[in-house]
Design a protein around this ligand. Structure first.
Ligand code: B3K
Ligand code: ZN
Length: 870
């Protein structure tokens, strides 16, 4: 694939003012008539021809200003249509023929469970009709959809419904939708199918009534209630938190079973992976509820950050994604517990983005080159993109940030904008120069911040020496210092924060700005030796390396007023032990950690959800990343298992008491407080089951059987899955029989088994692939089973004999012909191969070469294979 570069951006030569589509749905022969009002862009290249994108299109007919185009007047291939019109404005009419049933890539118009649906971001619209398929061509769309009335009684499009009705004597019907807001083609959508509507209603702050609809498979209506509730809360929150109101008479969400990612923010018609819509107490866990709430909010928030203001080009993807993730994180923080949400977000950031940033697929939040844009919907663009917005807010403060956002909405509504446009609004609104800060968008890699503290008792001063460095990443051998907002406190012996005053008398409002490679900060008026609580709330997305002692960490875990750093202190203690344990083969002395853990567990004032996070050890992938090089996944696993045992043994009484205390009788409720109690209860059960005695296993099995909701049922199943035992077999069999007919629940069962850290797991996964509940053509099934093995089971994916790698390569090559996006996602599990010990690394490299050398690869898979090897 040819590289596309940010530096080569040119405005479009032609613009499209209106798009009129007439789409006649048919399973294998869907007819699309597109009427495009084209106009030469005065900012484009003078005299340039009209070049429209296509992807595998079958052209039937073409007319210019109503006259059939003669051969010679245009040049058409399945992937491009070129015209050289004499006028600077004309109406192009193009008819194409599509086969939605044969579309297994799930890009463009395809069918899922009999329903017609579309996915156009980023380059799917060109699989429907010829078009300047780029995000800076904004047009007003009117869409007439026609279909068989029985097969597709529901016809949905973007915007508002203009009219609909039967087509006499044909068994068919139609609907016409009009979207008054100019939009890029990637936000186009249509749905046609036999779907049930769950209705809702919302009145915006200024009084606009909005009809809400969530469309699900017939019979699943009772599982859409939570999504509807989350939608209404999101709409209200965007009004109060950002002053953003909804702008159409209708807002629809459609849940489909075959979808390449989580969901899609098409204007007025969000299309969702049903995994992120459907929930009932019996089928969804607390984590599912939280994800549904967050993703419903995320797609809704895109209406302003993404749709009303879109991206000039795909390099600016983080402009909408990073910002919208930040917004959905804030929403969830407001709806639930802010500290617990922050902890969960940082865990995800470290597990996914830090890992990506440390390997061969590292790239800037705003990349400068891509070969396949679908491979850039990454943790870096999304998660680090959100962290950059959060850092901006930390620098500017609440009011400055809001002023910048207000200006951004006011100035760029209707635009296809850039990161420069975005930052300029904050610079203007606050008077700050953000040139240095902007480097966060361009420089890849996770900065390392070394901080050493020293106390001078005689002078009453405390000095912090800060050194920042960023390791080299692909294409960026040397790095410049960043502007890092470092939130901190100096905690006195009584647990209270000391005032922060620099030597020159300047007070610090909790955030230091680190700007240079080496910098020292001296605080005065410090009467007793404090403990530095650094990077509070994870204010900066950095690898923090401190000189805090074990005692300091134990102190912070118990006393820091910043809950994130209480969590972080105990995790840091665990990471130190696990790193040494993995290197030395035995666990070093760990009384301090046990002590800190006991104090947290017994602290009656702490939120159970917080305790559940703090007492869960860092995952094996996280430990591997902390180790960094020469990783032996078996040694990591052994160290973690040993520490789990030690905690379980030392805290048996505490966990037993907690297990009893966290019982939550009464009907299931998905709120954060109840979810926290369940999480802590299951964590306690997990530790209590560590010894694996028959008594312990029977208790877990009894709990499994008695469960009246999926959180408890699946939680206890996951506890049992750690122990090769008759109880595990019984529970797994029972779960299958109970939920065989419910694919989303079966996904949990598949994932869990794929993550068992035992030598038999790969064979188990192969056997599970043969079950009728599994299908290689459904992305959720593939991700649940194969994806879980590749990314959630470090010892079995990285088997010393390389069988895990060979397995993944076989799946990727089989899938590639069908669904390249899914295949390349799976392949990116190899992103950590360079950190492995030499034997495994050599096997992984060989596996990647096999992929790279395979004939007929998609651009998606070829790009990942080459970059991973690069
Ligand atoms: N914008 C979509 C992602 C589209 C991915 C295309 N490969 C979902 C989201 O971020 O909201
Ligand atoms: Zn998004």
């Amino acid at each position: 694939p040819q590289p596309v570069r940010l530096a080569d951006y040119r405005p479009p030569d032609w613009l499209v003012d209106t798009v009129d589509l007439d789409i006649s749905l048919h399973p294998s022969a869907t007819r699309v008539v597109a009427r495009l009002a084209l106009r030469r862009n005065p900012e484009g290249e003078a005299g340039a021809p009209v070049v429209l994108d296509g992807d595998g299109l079958v052209l039937v007919r073409l007319a210019l200003d109503g006259k059939p185009a003669a051969g010679g007047a245009f040049d058409a291939s399945p992937d491009r249509l070129t015209l050289t019109p004499s006028a600077d404005r004309f109406l192009l009419e193009v008819e194409t023929l599509l086969d939605p049933t044969a579309n297994t890539q799930l890009m463009g118009l395809y069918r899922t469970g009999g329903t017609y649906c579309t996915q156009c971001e980023p380059e799917g619209f060109r699989r429907i009709t010829y078009f300047p398929d780029r995000s800076d061509v904004l047009a007003v769309y009117t869409t007439r959809i026609e279909a068989d009335r029985d097969a597709a009684p529901v016809l949905l499009g973007n915007g508002n419904l203009l009219r609909n009705g039967p087509i006499a004597g044909t068994g068919r019907h139609y609907a016409v939708w009009h979207d008054p807001w100019p939009k890029p083609s990637y936000l186009f959508a249509l749905v046609g199918g036999r779907l049930a509507k769950v209705p809702g209603h919302f009145v915006t702050a200024s009084g606009r009534p909005v009809d809400l609809g969530i469309y699900v498979e017939e019979g699943k209506q009772d599982r859409a209630g939570y999504a509807m509730d989350a939608l209404r809360r999101s709409m209200r929150w965007d009004e109060t938190a950002f002053g953003r109101e909804y702008d159409l008479d209708v807002f629809n969400i459609v849940a489909v079973s075959d979808f390449n990612m989580g969901a899609m923010e098409n204007k007025g018609l969000n299309v969702f992976n049903d995994k992120y819509v459907l929930a009932s107490p019996e089928t969804a866990t607390d984590a599912d509820y939280a994800n549904i709430e967050a993703i419903i909010a995320h797609e809704y928030f895109h209406n302003w950050t993404g749709n009303r203001i879109t991206c000039r080009d795909w390099f600016q993807l983080c402009l909408k994604e990073g910002l919208t993730v930040f917004r959905d994180q804030e929403f969830s923080a407001d709806q639930r517990s802010r500290p617990v949400k922050r902890i969960a977000d940082v865990r995800l950031l470290k597990a996914q983005q830090f890992v990506e940033d440390a390997g061969p697929l590292a790239h800037p939040v705003r990349p400068e080159m891509y070969r396949e844009i679908n491979n850039f919907y990454t943790a870096t663009v999304y998660e680090k993109g959100a962290e950059v917005v959060r850092m901006l807010k930390a620098l500017l403060g609440e009011a400055g940030f809001r002023a910048g956002m207000d200006l951004y909405f006011a100035r760029h509504d209707g635009d296809a904008a850039t990161i420069e446009d975005f930052l300029a609004c904050f610079a203007e609104a606050t008077g700050r120069d953000l040139a240095h800060f902007a480097l966060w968008y361009a420089q890849s890699g996770t900065p390392r911040l070394d901080v050493a503290g020293s106390y001078d008792e005689a002078a009453g001063t405390y000095r912090l020496d800060v050194v920042q460095s960023t390791p080299p990443t692909p294409g960026q051998p040397t790095k410049a210092p960043l502007l890092i907002p470092l939130a901190l406190g100096l905690v006195g012996p009584n647990g209270h924060d000391l005032p922060l005053v620099l030597a020159d008398g300047t007070p610090v409002e909790g955030v230091l700005e680190v700007t240079q490679e080496k910098q020292s900060f001296v605080f005065t008026g410090v009467g007793t030796r404090p403990v530095a609580s650094l990077n509070r709330g994870f204010s900066a997305s950095v690898n923090l390396v401190t000189d805090l002692s074990t005692d300091d960490l134990v102190f912070l875990a118990a006393h820091d007023r910043d809950p994130f750093n209480r969590f972080d202190a105990i995790q840091a203690l665990a990471v130190q032990l696990l790193k040494r344990g993995a290197a030395e083969g035995t666990l070093p002395p760990h009384a301090a950690l046990l002590d800190a853990a006991r104090r947290l567990l017994e602290d009656g004032a702490l939120d159970p959800a917080f305790k559940a996070q703090a007492l869960a050890l860092p995952g094996e992938n996280e430990i591997a990343r902390e180790i960094g090089t020469q990783v032996d996944p078996d040694a990591v696993h052994a160290a973690r298992r040993a520490l789990r045992r030690a905690l379980a043994q030392a805290l048996t009484d505490g966990f037993a008491a907690t297990y009893a205390a966290m019982d939550t009788p009464g009907p299931y409720r998905p709120d954060a407080a109840s979810a926290g109690r369940r999480a802590l209860r299951t964590l306690s059960l997990d530790y209590l089951t560590v010894p694996g005695t028959p008594d312990a296993l029977q208790r877990a099995l009894a709990r499994y059987r008695a469960a009246d909701n999926m959180t408890d049922r699946f939680g206890t199943l996951a506890v049992l899955a750690q122990h090769d035992s008759p109880e595990r077999r019984e529970a797994l069999d029972d779960f299958y029989v109970r939920f065989e007919k419910d694919p989303l629940v079966i996904d949990k069962w598949l994932s869990l088994q794929a993550q068992i850290p035992e030598a038999g797991t790969l064979d188990r996964v192969r056997a599970l692939m043969l079950l009728p509940v599994f299908s290689m053509s459904n992305p959720n099934r593939v991700r649940a089973l194969v994806g879980a093995l590749a990314t959630g089971n470090p010892t079995q994916f990285n088997r010393p004999d390389g069988a895990g790698y060979d397995f993944l390569v076989d799946v990727v090559l089989t899938l590639d012909a069908k669904n390249p996006q899914l295949a390349s996602r799976l392949l990116s599990a190899f992103k950590t191969w360079r950190q492995l010990e030499p034997k495994r690394a050599a096997l992984a490299e060989r596996a990647l070469r096999k992929v790279a050398d395979a004939p007929g690869l998609s651009d998606d898979v070829a790009d990942i294979a080459l970059r991973a090897l690069g």
